[in-house]
Design a protein around this ligand. Sequence first.
Ligand code: NAP
Length: 254
Amino acid sequence: MIAKNKRVIVTGGYRGIGRAILKELAVRYCSSVLFTDISFGDSTPEQVALELEKELTPDGSIKVYAFKADASQLKDAQATIDYAIEKMGGVDILINNAGITRDNLLLRMPEEDFDKVINANLKSVFNYTKVAIKPMMSQRYGRIVNISSVVGVMGNAGQANYSASKAGILGFTKSTAKELASRNINVNAVAPGFIETAMTQQLNEKQREALLSNVPLKRMGTPEDIARVVSFLCGPDADYLTGQVIAVDGGMTM
Ligand code: NAP
């Protein structure tokens, strides 16, 4: 029986893969979960948190917190950790999930779109890792999972900004895994393939067919496919695993 006493922060957890990860971790290991996002639709973070808490545990046994923060800003990351310490008493698991795309061929890509994607996808990982490792180092325990992408491994025409940000995450993951191992902080990355979320909804039928022709398992992944692997990486079965990149992509990158 695994103790359900962990406290997690998931960035960009309002929807998509982040939300699925949050739910999976809540059910498996956590007493309290906190997710951030840059926006919460028409609701307040408190309303969204309460709704999710009722859905996950009608008896309120898992506390859910939501915090509005732009992951590309270091000061927002610090404010998130301060809030996590106030509400949850600390942080054991960090999932760096927030991400955006601004696709275009390089010739047409505005400088602004390169900077935006690097800041939201890569600088955000620096921001949250930097502030989260302070409490993790003093408690000599931490699990960090960074959400990269297959295109960070393979590249993709029209995504020079996005694939650079996701490849950067892989180098960052391995370097921080080496720096933090002696403090019992494991850092790994998951590289999803094509997953059914808002991010991939703009693909037309022809683009989907072309993409699926490169997926041996012949289907797009679900957010839950990613969440289960992330959850494994955060649990005791992965205690001897750090600095790794796990591709969850239906076999695309084998
Ligand atoms: P999604 O449905 O668009 O969800 C991403 C969430 O992150 C959104 O709620 C978004 O808020 C939030 N976000 C964006 N920028 C942020 C910022 N600066 N600070 C805080 N939150 C921010 O995308 P997803 O498909 O779940 O993607 C989650 C992660 O998986 C991303 O890192 C993505 O690159 C990666 N990934 C996805 C796929 C895929 O096929 N879907 C494949 C490989 C990797 P807004 O909605 O307000 O922008």
